[in-house]
Design a protein around this ligand. Structure first.
Ligand SMILES: [Zn+2]
Length: 86
């Protein structure tokens, strides 16, 4: 019953707005390294994706992550991200 709004972010896979808690954040830091950011607090440019293997596959197919972060995502980060998926 509290009026607190849950922050929403857009998934790069399905392009829908989702509660932040349902998303995984991928960050490109100012040092040009990549993180799968569980805390959601790392510095840098972030992209969000549902913790859903289907969204992961969609994002790989439509290059949503690359477009959102404006560069190629390293393979180990893609793998790391896949491990977060349900
Ligand atoms: Zn999604």
């Amino acid at each position: 019953m509290n009026g607190k709004k849950i922050p929403q972010r857009k998934c790069v896979g399905c392009n829908e707005m989702k509660d932040k808690s349902l998303l995984v954040r991928v960050v490109k830091t100012p040092e040009d390294t990549f993180l799968v950011d569980a805390s959601g607090r790392a510095n840098g440019r972030g992209a969000y994706i549902c913790k859903d293997i289907e969204c992961f596959h969609k994002a790989m197919k439509n290059k949503g992550l690359e477009r959102s972060l404006k560069c190629k995502i390293p393979e180990d980060i893609v793998k790391r991200l896949e491990e977060e998926m349900i």
